[in-house]
Design a protein. Sequence first.
Length: 292
Amino acid sequence: MFDGLVTTSEDALDDPAAGAVAGPVPGRAPVLRGQGPVVAVIALGGAVGALARYAAGLGWTTGPSAFPWTTLLINVVGCAVIGAFLVVVTEGRPAHPLLRPFFGTGVLGGFTTFSTYAVDIRRLLEAGRLGPGLAYLGLTLLGALGAVWAAATLTRRLNPPGRCPVSRLAGPALRLTVLVGESDTWHHRPLYSEVVHRARAAGLAGASVFRGIEGFGASSLVHTARLLSLSEDLPVAVVIVDEEERVRGFLPQLEELVAEGLVLLDRCEVVRYAGRGGDGVGGVGGVVGGAE
């Protein structure tokens, strides 16, 4: 989105040179460039998941006119695994960038099946079994949603997300704003997500992501969410607020991550900072005053 030059604006700060990230960067690579590993692991995972579903069908066969318990169980179990897996990879320790596309998209996408579910409903209805057909339709939807919720909830209770040690934040602070494009990635992961997770791992007080609806950067190409637009690579802002020393200590990681974008620093005053439990740990959800 903000392609061409990455810089840190610190005109109002005491030390303009500290934490600067500047320099020309190459043009944006095509969207599909470098996606070969992702496509490969998704294909491999899809094959593994499809074979697992096929094996389950062989192990528990159902007749043409029987209720499709096997497909129902496959979809419910698969959704339960999806719920647990997503909690682990999004709220636990950072995982390998290819794990999510391989297992989440590939294996579980190949294991669960919507097409067979639809065919089974049509088969039951064409056989005049309206009751079992509607029951299968509703049981699958309710079972799948319930399995995702139950598995995610249980996983969070068994493995609660760890909290990095952060101190209570009040008074003068430094606000770090990272402006990038929504489609920017880091090792096949959204760049804004990588920044947030690294900020959490670094023990910063909090980070929030805001999605813009229109804007342009060094390329002067307007990116907009409106229909018939030339580009929908919308601007995304990652806002981090913490003590100045902590924020400046995090800047070297942005030098590695942000190849195209804009990094800004400005002073602010924290009026209130508290999480949902009032423990002072959470995202940038408190009240932050303006720059001095």
